[in-house]
Design a protein around this ligand. Structure first.
Ligand code: ADP
Length: 438
């Protein structure tokens, strides 16, 4: 028995958990219960652990998996995968993990017992990338991918308390494990992300659709809304997930007082994009290249706008290079830039709603050991008007407050902080309350 389902992104809290969210109908058909292991086949095959999907996702023929599982099945969002039940959930005796090539040197590595703790009950198959936490225990947790280079027995699908985890010290050349921004890093903004993907990914992947219908794919999209609401974040995520080359530039950085330099810079950016297509050019603070009305001159800005228009008009009509502009002030954008064929799609990125704030809080406290008095719903209530960036800062501040409480117990001269101390460290509701008062 097998089923074909469409891939969607994981829920924010699921990131790094090896979970596959299925609806009751799918579970019934495949005779699955939560906790069972399934095989997911895309261009490659991997395994994941079944969890129940939320009601809103039922009867939609989809499976929600995170970027690690998507990478392991070699699929992206919107692709179709084959799901089968794994009859025998055999435990792994030994798993050998190899680090990626791009592991940062200056960040402390978790030792193997911490890694094991994180991997107990984790689904594995040979060749998988599994998420390993690195960095400060909770101030700046980051997940990197380690690759399973040996699995014994080969048919094993799950890591247990008894599994021996061996960390190879030889990195795999060409294997990049530092996680990039993915859809799991974005709280809320579902419709906005959907629109941006439709506008950008669809023409990139299927230019023939547009050709067939006789319409031009968009060349420019404008994201507008207050600072810190996730405009850069969603642009990066779309680039990563669609495999497009991402070139970020800041508007003010382009403006140079030397004659011809700004134009040259823009030409270079568009050349780099064309050479690496599909590509996304992201221009932050697009309003800064608009001549200011109150200034008489605005000479440089006028030239930069003219050059940008020329470059965009010259883009091939295959949708392989798209320019995303971001601004806090839509009315400050030069009207010439908003005409058809230029930045003619606009997507508003607003301040997050209460449920969106819960999601954003989940994302930014993902790697923190939260004490059980921390209620994210309550924090969401108290952070009305906060942007995603404000919530990220709040979470970091709370963790730093927690850290301060433990500092007297810690001997900073030691190479490694003893695990007994690390294991007692928690971030409490009070840490958040104090951080809120800042
Ligand atoms: P903008 O480009 O709108 O000014 P950014 O995308 O640069 O804002 O956001 C800054 C940081 O704030 C992000 O790196 C992220 O940590 C956090 N952030 C903002 N919006 C969100 C969101 N919707 N979900 C999760 N984190 C967010």
């Amino acid at each position: 028995m097998e089923l074909y389902l469409r891939v969607d992104s994981a829920y924010p809290g699921d990131q790094g958990g090896g979970k596959a969210r299925l609806d009751p109908e799918t579970m019934l058909q495949l005779r699955l219960s939560p906790g069972d292991i399934i095989r997911i086949s895309g261009r490659d095959t991997t395994v994941a652990k079944v969890w129940r999907a939320q009601l809103a996702d039922w009867n939609q023929q989809k499976v929600r998996i995170d970027n690690f599982t998507r990478m392991n099945a070699n699929v992206s969002i919107g692709d179709t995968v084959k799901i089968t039940r794994v009859e025998d959930t055999m435990a792994a005796g030994t798993v050998v993990l190899a680090p990626p090539e791009d592991l940062p040197k200056n960040i402390p590595m978790a030792d193997s017992s911490v890694i094991l703790q994180n991997l107990i009950d984790f689904p594995v198959s040979m060749g998988d990338s599994v998420p390993i936490p690195i960095g400060m225990p909770f101030v700046q947790p980051q997940m990197v991918a380690y690759k399973v280079i040996e699995l014994d027995p080969p048919e094993a699908v799950i890591i247990t308390q008894q599994t021996e985890i061996i960390i190879s010290d030889k990195p795999i050349s060409g294997f990049e494990g530092i996680s990039q921004i993915t859809y799991e890093d974005i709280g809320g903004l579902r419709d906005e992300l959907q629109r941006l993907r439709e506008t950008i990914e669809l023409p990139m992947r299927h230019p023939e659709l547009f050709r067939h219908l006789g319409i031009e794919p968009p060349k420019g999209v404008l994201l507008f809304g207050p600072p810190g609401t996730g405009k850069t974040l969603i642009a990066k995520a779309v680039a990563n997930e669609s495999g497009a080359h991402f070139i970020p530039i800041a508007g003010p950085e382009v403006i140079s007082k030397y004659y011809g330099e700004s134009e040259q810079r823009l030409r270079e950016v568009f050349e780099e994009a064309a050479e690496n297509a599909p590509a996304i050019i992201f221009i932050d603070e697009l309003d800064s290249i608009t001549p200011k009305r109150e200034e008489v001159t605005g000479e440089v800005e006028r030239r930069v706008v003219a050059q940008l228009l020329t470059m965009m008009d010259g883009l091939e009509e295959r949708g392989q290079v798209v320019v995303i502009g971001a601004t806090n002030r839509l009315d400050a954008i030069d009207p010439a830039l908003r005409r058809p064929g230029r930045f003619d799609r606009e997507i508003e990125i607003g301040v997050p709603s209460n449920p969106d704030r819960v999601e954003i809080l989940k994302i930014h406290t993902r790697g923190m050991p939260l004490f059980d008095d921390v209620r994210l719903e309550e924090l969401a209530e108290r952070t009305h008007g906060y942007t995603g960036a404000d919530i990220a800062a709040l979470s970091r501040e709370a963790a730093i407050r927690a850290l301060r409480r433990y500092l007297p117990q810690i001997n900073l001269d030691e190479d490694e902080i003893p695990e007994e101390i690390l294991n007692t460290m928690v971030v409490t509701a009070k840490d958040f309350r104090q951080a809120l008062r800042e």
